[in-house]
Design a protein around this ligand. Structure first.
Ligand code: ADP
Ligand code: MG
Length: 466
């Protein structure tokens, strides 16, 4: 560092330089582009002002700014400065992001939940909660699919240790289970900053157990886990076959419940559906409240898309949102992927977000869906799942153990392919179209009522989509 120049001064000079550059750009660029890409940037100049580093929130934005704006930015900086300037781009350091995340709740769209910013709240409570502060109740869209789970979660975060303990939330991938967990933790910490909250993925718990083994630190391990006020443990199906982990978890579980700390778990299936987990744990899991997260219905998918677009600083016309929501049905993560594609496509081509643009942007995705799913494929997948023979899909046999999977396959054929009722009937051993219609209606109605069936269908849909 050059003597006589204080860091404040460097920051200040860098700041002024950047400020001038930003003012120029504000005049040059359309307002939305400016607000989305340039305004959030922060800059730092080297002492000699030869290098300017711009800090960007995430990798996606970094690549975009490098591709779209780096040339123009360098030219502007050089013009203002009167000498060559080297422009560097860097991801904003985590702590700074976490701090600003708390203030402004940025979206987490461009990062998978697990990789997103992790708030380092160790300063306030002496505890690392591992919570992602951008996942909260405000940005978790409510619908029939998650109403129960959301209400229970809200209750727990408001008065932990009382009702619904443990809270067991289950559902397929990408339905918002992890999001809901973080929301519980964040809300509790907002209200009681000194609460000891820990979010942990079951796999991480397993690896903590292994470490405690290796280092012979089970006492510390116990102390740590048994002292929590709220333990959020994600994807407990990963405990399958891990005996020692299950034992430690059982101990932690008992200790926490005894001192009225709250435990929230998620899993891909309901407790009794868990494979290779000790019976005594399974029955504990089921001893509080067990709620399902269901795949979101059409209107909810539309609402999620519109919300996410807004939080990205973009717009998604309702017509486009409906188109996407109709075509991307399985889960929210896929919806987000589709949205990301559309927004990127619209930026790259500098086109408005219209129906045609969405069609073009999602062409690959939609054609893959259409290509992969055939009635034969559905018959085979459903037969495998319910352990019947594929031939039974066309046979005239009628016992319920066969008839029901057959109806399910018919329902899926109608939902997931473009085939007509008579065509489907033909493919199911020459059955009448009214038989198919009956199956479609019956399974469709039951799906609304029976959580278990809905889960099975969800798994089948996911499998078929590959
Ligand atoms: P799961 O843990 O069930 O696999 P996640 O919680 O990781 O699902 O959710 C996948 C993505 O979808 C996340 O980015 C999450 O924020 C988002 N998401 C899920 N449900 C909703 C919802 N109801 N509203 C808004 N975003 C949602
Ligand atoms: Mg998850």
């Amino acid at each position: 560092m050059t003597e006589g120049i204080t860091p404040e001064f460097q920051m200040d000079a860098g700041h002024t330089l950047w400020q001038a550059c930003v003012e120029d750009l504000a005049r040059e660029l359309p307002e939305q582009q400016f607000n989305t890409w340039i305004k959030p940037l922060t800059a730092q100049a080297s002492p000699d002002q030869q290098t300017v580093t711009l800090f960007v929130a995430n990798r996606f934005k970094l690549d975009w700014i490098r591709a779209q704006y780096a040339g123009r930015l360098t030219a502007l900086l050089e013009k203002i400065q009167g000498h060559p300037v080297k422009l560097e781009l860097a991801i904003t350091p985590r702590e700074a992001l976490a701090r600003s995340a708390k203030a402004s709740t940025p979206s987490s769209l461009e990062m998978p939940v697990e990789a997103a910013v992790v708030a380092d709240d160790s300063a306030s409570s002496g505890f690392r909660s591992r919570l992602n502060s951008s996942l909260n109740f405000d940005n978790l869209v409510e619908g029939t699919a998650n109403r129960m789970a959301r209400a229970a979660a809200m209750h727990v975060s408001g008065s932990p240790g009382q009702l619904y303990n443990p809270l067991f939330i289950y559902g397929g991938v990408g339905l918002g289970k992890t999001h809901l967990m973080h929301a519980i933790g964040n809300k509790l910490l907002a209200e009681r900053p000194d609460a000891k909250v820990l979010y942990i993925h079951a796999e991480q718990f397993v690896s903590d157990v292994v470490k405690a083994y290796q280092r012979k630190t089970f006492d510390e391990f116990k102390q740590h886990y048994h002292s929590l006020d709220l333990l959020l443990i994600d994807d407990v199906q990963f405990f399958a076959n891990k005996d020692r982990t299950q034992e430690e978890f059982f101990n932690a579980f008992e200790a926490l419940l005894a001192k009225k700390s709250h435990i929230v778990m998620t899993s891909d299936t309901y407790p009794k559906g868990l494979a290779d987990i000790h019976e005594r744990l399974v029955s504990r899991f089921d001893s509080g409240l067990t709620v399902a997260m269901e795949p979101p219905e059409l209107e909810m998918r539309v609402a999620i898309l519109i919300n996410k677009a807004i939080s990205e600083g973009s717009e998604m016309p309702e017509e486009v949102a409906f188109f996407v929501a109709k075509n991307v049905r399985s889960n929210v993560r896929e919806l987000e992927g589709a949205l990301r594609k559309i927004l990127a496509y619209s930026r790259i081509n500098q086109k408005d977000n219209t129906l045609q643009l969405a069609r073009d942007a999602l062409r690959d995705l939609l054609s893959i869906q259409n290509r992969q799913i055939s009635v034969e494929n559905i018959q085979k997948t459903v037969a495998d799942y319910y352990k019947i023979k594929v031939a039974d899909m066309y046979s005239k046999k009628r016992p319920a153990s066969i008839a029901r999977p057959r109806q399910i396959a018919m329902y899926l054929a109608k939902e997931m392919t473009q085939k007509s009722l008579p065509e489907i009937g033909e493919l199911f051993g020459g059955r009448d179209h009214t038989t198919v219609l009956h199956a479609v209606r019956k399974i469709g109605a039951e799906r609304q009522q029976m959580t278990e069936l809905n889960q099975q269908l969800h798994v089948l849909e996911q499998t078929l989509k590959g």
